[in-house]
Design a protein around this ligand. Sequence first.
Ligand code: FE2
Length: 321
Amino acid sequence: MGFFCEDFKEGQCEGQKVVDGEVMPLVLQPADPNKNDIESLLQAVEKNKDWFEQMIIKNSAVLIRGFDVKNAEDFNEIIETFGWEDIHYVGPAPRTHIHKRVWTANEGPLSEFIYYHHEMVLIKEYPKKVILFCEIPSPEGGETPFVPSFKVTERMLEEFPEAVREMEEKGLKYSFTALGSNNPSSMRGRGWEDTFRTSDKIEAEKRAKALGVDMEWLDNGGVKTILGPRPLTKVFEERKGRRMWFNSVVGMHGKELSSAMMADGTEIPSNVVERCGEIIEEESIQFKWQKGDVVFLDNYALLHGRRPSLPPRRVLVATCK
Ligand SMILES: [Fe+2]
């Protein structure tokens, strides 16, 4: 499907790339520069919902730029106009609820790099769309780069066909240690009570089980969660049969609080992990925020991360089915 919509004008942005014939991200601006108010945007969204969703799948990322989106309330209105169902966040990032369906993206220190990931990749039910809104762009850094996941699989297959085949066949197993209570000084500092929305251990275990997660309680009040087997790659409908690098190997392998290995306990060679990290970086699209930007990421197709940033920076998030 090509670009055909009278309510938006296609624009350009820094860092944009053409991947397999599609521009990423697709930039949508007001068709009439005098109609950049939030009401005009909501009308345009209402009128073009299905088309817009097709564009997210086709281009993997869509950026709305040049509209006067001011705050969490405006952002929430956009999400609700689309009518996509909400999906509750489960994961290590400490987040604060802001308004209705809108949360802070990560309360962890701005100085740290949040490594590339598919949102909630290890949980049984992950969002189809991750939608981000930039309320305050960082004075320096703080980009949200993203990576066409199938490119990573392609290049890993070229360079490490044997290792990829082995990991694919055996599946993967991860561990992650969560603290007892929230620690906002760490970007992975979300405590288990908040993660599972209960302070009852039995209930937490039950909820974890339902998400495909096993728990081992630790003496310090924390919990070691074990996840596996999980796939290395995944193919989703409507996405050209692309094999997405739908795993968390580079982000979790050999870290203080986490590990990644093959499901039968075989170690993943560290040179493979290292090279994969380089490939991910090389394939990344370095998108730069402007105030009022709203970005729709196809979470099935893209990894995303956050670069270290100087304060202040405020990017809000909503996750949808
Ligand atoms: Fe994320």
